[in-house]
Design a protein around this ligand. Sequence first.
Ligand SMILES: *Cc1c(COP(=O)(O)O)cnc(C)c1O
Length: 488
Amino acid sequence: MSHSAQSILRQLPSVDALLQEPEIQEALIHHPRRLVVESIRSVLDSRRRSLREHTEPVDHGEIQVTRILPDVLGHLAAVSDFTLRPVINGTGIIIHTNLGRSLLPEEAIERLSILCRSYNNLEYDLDQGRRGSRHVHAEAILCELTGAEAALVVNNNAGAVFLTLSALAQGREVIVSRGQLVEIGGSFRIPDVMRSSGAVLKEVGTTNRTHPGDYEAAIGPETALIMKVHTSNYRIVGFTSEVSLQEMAVLGRKYSIPVVEDLGSGSFIDFSRLGLRGEPTVQAALRGGADLVTFSGDKLLGGPQAGVILGRKDLVAKCKKNPLTRAFRVDKMTLAALEVTLRLYRDEGKAVARIPTLRMISLPLEELRGRAERLASLIVAVDPEHKLEVEIQPGVSQVGGGSLPAHDLESWVVAIQSSTMGSHRIEAALRRNRPPIIGRIESDRYLLDVRTLQPGDEIHIQEAFRAFLAGISMESMDPNLDVEITPV
Ligand SMILES: *Cc1c(COP(=O)(O)O)cnc(C)c1O
């Protein structure tokens, strides 16, 4: 370390001195002292580290109280903020797993606030005046909508699959086509789930072709289940052949082996009516002969995170009795939100209008174009010096969540680029906005797909661009920012 760096280090203000600054005194009114002191220490530490690691020329400004204070306040704001917070989804991916999947219908949000404010009959039988079961709550509406005999709700569909395998096939064989041994993302791979549930995987067929005879040949005394996995996130095209659910059901009945279908998304309405290639509905899977189906609550269903097991009463009863059910059980908030969401499906038109996931899927292209035009003009309005090129262009949104594979939805996007800076800079600035705005980059253009924007988001986006553009103007005027601290 150079002499000048050493002498600068000694001039760094102390924690106590900084605590006396009026801005910090103000911060102490709103934040616990411990957090404020921690923020000061953290900023001073990083100043010391960077001064030690660099040789001349050293930026003397770095140790000035006026330069340290904003960093302390910034650090304090960051550590005081919630870690889980709202973001603006400009990606056009509707069921975005990284951004929280489905938005809840307003009715569900209202119901949550009513039920969470009071005690409730979660596990209390009001007729008998004694302990009841939490499983009854969403079960009635699930059976009503699908015609199933029984249903069980657990934490997520991964849990539903795991529980089904564990309860019905522990130590025994489950026949699955090689073409359906999918990885759903994260660490959910069918062969691994099978192994950890205690079931033994019996693979049949080849990656692209499986025939009914393959299944029949694999059936033996150890066979517990025949399983079909909906290959939600990819499709095999070309020289392919899959055994239909109906064919599996024929075999299942012939040998008295239950057929389970993991639907993944589990839609209740036929999406071909919305102009999309059909995703098998829950009702169709049951009609097609599945003895049990499993699906997610927060994919195409558009409700809270949950996993549903539904079908034959004796099989559901075995799942309910399994000790794992306790480990995978849902809380009252999930049941409340799920029940409301499901009730909306009593009227399909209402479901599409009120469930955000369905509403976003069915947005007309013309409306999207209008929204894109409005957003573009809001951005242009805060860019009087025309630092950005803003235009609207056709784009593609995705349903996401492993639903409707390879099905892109035509959309309109606002495309932003600048001749003086890369789109990564725009992307990073918007991502660090409060609330964060998440877009995507394509051919060095920053794109915002209006399909997944919610009411009020446009104004936040406009404000973010206003702040970003003001920041750029400040930068070009601030000589300090040009001082480079050269690494050794
Ligand atoms: C998404 C998915 C799962 C896992 O569901 P989660 O609700 O994310 O736990 C399991 N199987 C299939 C086929 C899926 O698409």
